[in-house]
Ligand binder design. Structure first.
Ligand code: FES
Length: 165
């Protein structure tokens, strides 16, 4: 169950929106951040906050690829597989990431740090190939830079875990 303060903050966000649906992604993302992924409980709470049915929330949750209805690692990596990135080596980038992490696409590392997912265009086509780690976008990637980013992110996650976050 989410804290009352967070629930009230999200209800205020919904009240300020033109339509409840407009606030749905914000609400789902905040609940996802709270639970680590959008749990069934999170769907029910989102529905209550939004004044929508759980089925309506479920439909939206499964439509947006940044909303996770299954457990994910502490950092989700989205590698773009749309046309510009594909043409600029996106497949090789994905293969490199999978090899570096020792997982397949759609899987999570055994230490729970990374989940690797493909995604549609991230709107950064001019800097293809592109990926997102958490909320941060990276472009013009090659294997060396991608490997370096993974190590930096892993170190950051370890720091967060040691700090109890
Ligand atoms: S095609 Fe990859 S960011 Fe647009």
């Amino acid at each position: 169950m989410i804290p009352e303060a967070l629930k009230n903050e999200l209800k205020a966000r919904v009240a300020a929106a033109v339509t409840n649906r407009e606030a749905a992604v914000d609400v789902m993302k905040r609940l996802q951040a709270h639970y680590g992924w959008l749990t069934d409980e999170g769907v029910h709470e989102s529905a209550e906050i939004l004044g929508m049915t759980t089925l309506q929330v479920e439909e939206l949750a499964t439509f947006y690829e940044m909303i996770y209805r299954r457990p994910v690692g502490r950092r989700v990596i989205h590698v773009c597989d749309s046309i510009s990135c594909w043409a600029m080596g996106g497949e090789s980038l994905m293969a490199h990431m999978a090899g570096h992490l020792g997982i397949g696409v759609g899987e999570t590392t055994s230490d729970g740090v990374f989940t690797l997912l493909p995604c549609c265009c991230l709107g950064n086509c001019g800097e293809a190939p592109t990926m997102m780690i958490g909320d941060t976008l990276y472009g013009r990637l090659d294997s060396a830079r991608a490997g370096q980013l993974l190590e930096e992110e892993r170190a950051a996650v370890m720091g967060e875990m040691e700090g109890g976050r």
